[in-house]
Design a binder for this molecule. Structure first.
Ligand SMILES: C[S@@+](CC[C@H](N)C(=O)[O-])C[C@H]1O[C@@H](n2cnc3c(N)ncnc32)[C@H](O)[C@@H]1O
Length: 216
């Protein structure tokens, strides 16, 4: 580089090539979403789990059962919110039921879903309102908080209460049962959700409405 003010600093062709290669590689690592075909795009697990974001995807069977439950509870033309539960959003789209679904997610890789993706950080419980989501917009809200703590569930509960017209389906550790009852008046279901990678902790579903599909 020259110290003259008139000269624009330049990089050698070799440095530029190395930078380009680094950029391509880091994009490849960041965007591990396989979107080669529409079917792949909505496959459960199309986006690799990032444990740093507490991501543990459901098995296909569990995502299917939860998606069926949401469709049943939302009814025809009902609106569904998947909060921190992207694999159920994917399954709903895969079922191709023309369901009206929004995915609220912290992981911006899911922004590939366009207008149906809304960035969500549980530390800002009313962030969805700031992003233009009207109160009580959804017939049913599914939520799977990233952490098993009262602090996290309290904040998430504020978001859920803002979004829902009434129905709530919460998936979280069994240890959260009492706190979940206090915050969202939900009761534990018989159905046991499973993850693609076995989790050691007892994981459960909770609802605040009668659910033959999850408790029958
Ligand atoms: C336990 S996983 C639930 C995923 C669900 N089992 C599924 O298969 O779709 C927690 C989710 O919370 C999201 N998450 C991580 N940090 C978050 C944050 N600060 N605010 C909101 N969601 C967050 C993760 O990206 C992940 O989707």
């Amino acid at each position: 580089m020259s110290d003259s003010d008139d000269d624009v600093p330049t990089l050698s062709a070799h440095t530029l090539a190395a930078l380009h290669e680094f950029y391509e590689e880091s994009q490849g690592k960041k965007n591990t979403c396989d979107v080669s075909t529409p079917a792949d795009q909505f496959a459960v697990g199309a986006v690799e789990e990032d444990w740093g974001m507490s991501q543990f995807w459901y098995t296909d069977e569990t995502a299917t059962r939860l998606a069926e439950e949401l469709l049943e509870q939302a009814g025809v033309e009902g609106r569904i919110a998947c909060v921190s539960a992207p694999s159920v959003y994917q399954k709903l789209k895969q079922l191709g039921d023309n369901a009206s679904v929004t995915v609220f997610e912290y992981d911006r890789r899911f922004a590939v879903y366009g207008d149906e993706f809304i960035f969500y950080d549980y530390n800002e419980p009313l962030g969805p309102a700031e992003r233009g989501v009207a109160p009580r917009s959804f017939d049913v809200v599914l939520v799977d908080p990233p952490y098993l703590s009262e602090e996290c569930l309290s904040k998430v509960a504020r978001t859920v209460k803002y979004l829902t017209k009434g129905k709530v389906l919460l998936c979280t550790g069994g240890v959260m049962e009492n706190v979940a009852k206090q915050l969202l008046n939900v009761n534990v279901c018989h159905f046991l959700p499973q993850h693609r990678r076995n989790l050691s902790n007892d994981f459960r579903c909770f609802v605040n409405y009668p659910s033959p599909l999850l408790s029958g």
